[in-house]
Design a protein around this ligand. Structure first.
Ligand code: IMP
Ligand code: MG
Length: 172
């Protein structure tokens, strides 16, 4: 495992993102919508850096299956989705890789008729996108490597690491 982004670098960027969001959403009704499970650590840190009234909600999406690093079919569970009609929704995910997950989630969330949807991610893997959309807010663009930590998992392990590390073939 190779460390890629330190916990203090993450802390700094998340604080910056929080104040940017606070500026951008001043006077608007904000719902921060975290994507389970990968966004939990970012969600917890980020909402404490947004100095505005806001609501928090969750939606579940799963595309990685067990011990594989390639996406399987996308499953979305809206059971935890709060009332978001006429609210300004900011969807939060751990990483934008091919973009399939976030673009599909935007379509689904749109059906609940929010006033607006924007997206924010901790990481964006460069040169991987297969969709037109890009996240509105990105903390760190990264090379095309499989990474874990700060919410990101391999087979549901490593989510608790306070930093981001790249896994090599020999780690899998
Ligand atoms: P996408 O749909 O290809 O953009 O992939 C998004 C989802 O795949 C993310 O929410 C992650 O859960 C997962 N994912 C993509 N790349 C990685 C990675 O490098 N490590 C861990 N999970 C990843
Ligand atoms: Mg995920």
């Amino acid at each position: 495992m190779r460390p890629l982004i330190t916990s203090s670098e993450i802390e700094q960027e998340v604080a910056k993102l929080g104040s940017t969001i606070a500026d951008d959403y001043q006077g608007r009704r904000l719902t921060v919508l975290g994507v389970l499970t990968g966004s939990i650590v970012l969600l917890a840190d980020l909402i404490r850096r947004i100095d505005l009234p806001l609501q928090v909600g969750l939606i579940q999406a799963a595309s990685y299956r067990g011990r594989t690093t390639t996406p399987g079919p996308l499953a979305i569970n809206q059971d935890f989705l709060p009332e978001i009609r006429d609210r300004n929704v900011l969807l939060i995910d751990d990483i934008f890789d091919t973009g399939q997950t976030l673009s599909r989630l935007v379509e689904i969330v749109q059906q609940a008729k929010p006033a607006e949807i924007r997206t924010a991610v901790l990481l964006l893997k460069k040169g991987r996108s297969t969709v037109e959309m890009r996240p509105d807010y990105v903390c760190f663009p990264i090379p095309d490597e499989f990474v874990v930590g700060y919410g990101l998992d391999y087979n549901d392990e490593y989510r608790h690491l306070p930093y981001i590390a790249a896994l090599d073939e020999s780690d899998l």
